[in-house]
Design a protein around this ligand. Structure first.
Ligand SMILES: NC(=O)c1ccc[n+]([C@@H]2O[C@H](COP(=O)([O-])OP(=O)(O)OC[C@H]3O[C@@H](n4cnc5c(N)ncnc54)[C@H](O)[C@@H]3O)[C@@H](O)[C@H]2O)c1
Ligand SMILES: [Zn+2]
Ligand SMILES: [Zn+2]
Length: 396
């Protein structure tokens, strides 16, 4: 009998590494002959996990975390045709069937077949279909032919694994935020948030040809990380209104495009920089985005927040000044990133050295045992993207 270990959510503020079941090609009674078992090579801690670990969702005790997975195929179900044992693959965090109307048009973040409760599923995530997470040694991936991206050369991929591990979520997510905000050659962009998603978005804006990328946050180390690859930054602990801070950099108090890489746990500005204000980023980006501009919103907003300060926010109702966005004809784009829309192109951008994404987000590789500390450090705002290496396969 093979064994397995994974990172479990215990209660707010507490995760632990514990023995868990070795994966089967099934989810409860649902057979997954279209699935594979992966030996996990790398699996990243995400800001999305933190929402659960901080007790800001309805995640149950014992949920095995982890939706950012890269691994080696060690077993393939009978219905898998093209993926083979021995393939090194990136797993999009969205689980998608490839057969429903949404998958057929590339909307894999809202697949209709993989979560009885609502459209869209993910590994190791509350309300996302009950699929077991991959911050573990082994995991099962369903609909393997459809979901998996195989790296063309295993040895070359292992050399760039710190970059390629980011294809399961934050690189495509940051890129999607930029694309949906209309970023292109010469754009002037404001990115709210200098966490890993914000930094990946800022680097993606550069890849898309932006002329100027301004990143706002209230954690100085994260802002320094953004400056390390050529972004301008705004420290939101300072009292200067955002529009004035933008004007000081751009010459006018507005930008072409904006991306919310923060989500519902957003904090205020100036004196309120340590106070939660869930709608603040949405309102701020509408205020500073030019009329006719677009706003990408990869930052997560939830339908249930037990930790919300206001009653309405407990069900995800926020006070958004939609009249301003309407008056400025803004386009707003929300939702999970459909990773599959971008991962192959972004893999090639990495393999052909068009981007240094691991460097931009400051990847740090840790053991499975150290993931508990990784969660704590990340929660304290470390300017790092923690990548768990459960089998010690990543060279130092
Ligand atoms: N849409 C998707 O598919 C998708 C995928 C991955 C992550 N996410 C979401 O993206 C968000 C960011 O993820 P992350 O891993 O970078 O998380 P993170 O928590 O590390 O980063 C968020 C950053 O926002 C900063 N911040 C707080 N209030 C702010 C404000 N008013 N203005 C600017 N910055 C502010 C914080 O200081 C922090 O550095 C999370 O909500 C996560 O759930 C969405
Ligand atoms: Zn993630
Ligand atoms: Zn589907």
């Amino acid at each position: 009998m093979s064994t397995n270990q994974g990172v479990a959510y215990v209660k707010p503020g507490v995760v632990e590494v514990r023995g868990i079941e070795y994966p089967k090609l099934a989810l409860g009674n649902r057979k997954c002959d279209h699935g594979v078992i992966l030996k996990i090579v790398s699996t990243n801690i995400c800001g999305s996990d933190q929402h659960m670990v901080r007790g800001r969702t309805t995640a149950p005790e014992g949920l095995i975390l982890g939706h950012e997975i890269t691994g080696l195929v060690i077993e393939a179900g009978n219905d898998v045709e093209f993926i083979r044992v021995g393939d090194l693959v990136s797993v999009p965090f969205n689980i998608a069937c490839g057969r429903c109307r949404n998958c057929k048009v590339g909307q894999t973040g809202i697949c209709l077949s993989v979560n009885p409760a609502r459209p869209g599923a993910a590994y190791g995530y509350v309300d996302m279909g009950g699929w077991v997470g991959g911050q573990a040694e082994y995991v099962m991936v369903p609909y393997a032919d459809f979901n998996l991206l195989k790296f063309p050369d295993r040895d070359q991929a292992m050399e760039k694994i710190r970059d390629l591990t980011l294809l399961s979520d934050i690189f495509p997510t940051g890129f999607h935020g930029a694309v949906t905000a209309g970023v292109g050659p010469g754009s002037i962009v404001y990115v709210a948030g200098a966490g890993p998603v914000g930094l990946a978005c800022a680097a993606s804006c550069q890849l898309l040809g932006a002329a100027l990328v301004i990143v706002g946050d209230m954690i100085p180390e994260r802002l320094a990380q953004a400056r390390s690859f050529g972004c301008e930054t705004i420290d939101l602990r300072e009292k200067t209104p955002l529009a004035d801070a933008i004007e000081a950099i751009v010459g006018v108090p507005e930008v072409d495009c904006a991306v919310d890489c923060v989500g519902f746990e957003a904090k205020g500005h100036g004196a309120d920089a340590d106070q939660e204000q869930p709608a603040t980023v949405l309102n701020a980006v509408m205020a500073i985005t030019r009329a006719g501009g677009a706003i990408g919103i990869p930052g997560l907003y939830v339908t249930g927040d037990p930790g919300a300060r206001e009653e309405a926010a407990k069900i995800g109702s926020l006070s958004i000044r939609i009249g301003l966005g309407w008056a400025k004809s803004h386009s707003l784009h929300t939702g999970q990133c459909p990773v599959m829309r971008y991962h192959r192109q972004l893999m090639n951008a990495i393999l052909y050295d068009r981007i240094q994404i691991a460097k931009a987000v400051n990847v740090q590789v840790i053991t499975l045992k150290d993931s508990v500390k990784g969660y704590a450090d990340f929660d304290q705002g470390a300017a790092k993207k923690f990548v768990i290496d459960p089998h010690g396969m990543i060279a130092n």
